[in-house]
Design a protein around this ligand. Structure first.
Ligand code: ATP
Ligand code: MG
Length: 156
């Protein structure tokens, strides 16, 4: 039995394993998972369309807050590359009385690139140079930031 509203933020670069991890949590915790990529695919949108991605994430956040207000467990797997974005989710969920976990997934650049290439989802494919630029931009959570979150709930 799991208690109370809980937001789980799954954070990491492309290929870090967010969707794989989030799906596991989804089934084990009986949670609702929000992935912008899946909604974009379902709507036949270009995965590189950042404007539409932002609007989908805003819609998912609206639903997420409604579900948290009902006391449910919600998983957000948007990448959340920036500290400010994670702050907004954490504070928004806490304002609803929810616990908030941050699950950060990382892997070396070569591993990320290899997984992305094998998966072959993006058209045109993500180039190595582009991935290296993203690694530069990505704001990995610091230990100080991790301490602002709740400990992960034990999963059976
Ligand atoms: N821990 C892991 N070890 C080995 N392979 C993994 C691991 N996690 C994920 N993978 C594989 O790597 C690929 C990318 O994983 P996944 O789709 O979960 O990443 P993602 O972070 O959701 O990527 P994106 O941000 O592009 O959606 C998949 O083919 C998946 O099977
Ligand atoms: Mg994914």
């Amino acid at each position: 039995m799991h208690g109370g509203a809980r937001l789980i933020i799954v954070c990491g670069l492309p290929g870090s394993g967010k969707t794989t991890h989030a799906k596991l949590l989804e089934s084990r915790l009986r949670a609702i998972r929000f992935s912008p990529d899946e909604w974009m695919d379902a709507l036949s949108l270009d995965l590189y369309d950042e404007g539409r991605r932002e609007r989908i994430e805003a819609l998912q956040w609206k639903f997420a807050r409604e579900l948290l207000a009902l006391g449910l467990t919600v998983i957000i797997e948007w990448g959340t590359w920036g500290r400010v974005e994670r702050d907004t989710l954490r504070l928004g969920a806490r304002a609803l009385g929810a616990a908030v976990e941050l699950h950060y997934l990382a892997a070396p650049a070569d591993v990320l690139f290899d997984r992305i290439r094998r998966r072959d989802r993006e058209h045109p494919p993500i180039e190595r140079e582009q991935l290296l630029r993203w690694i530069e931009i990505f704001q990995a959570p610091t230990p100080e930031e991790m301490r602002l979150f709740d400990s992960p709930e034990a999963i059976s």
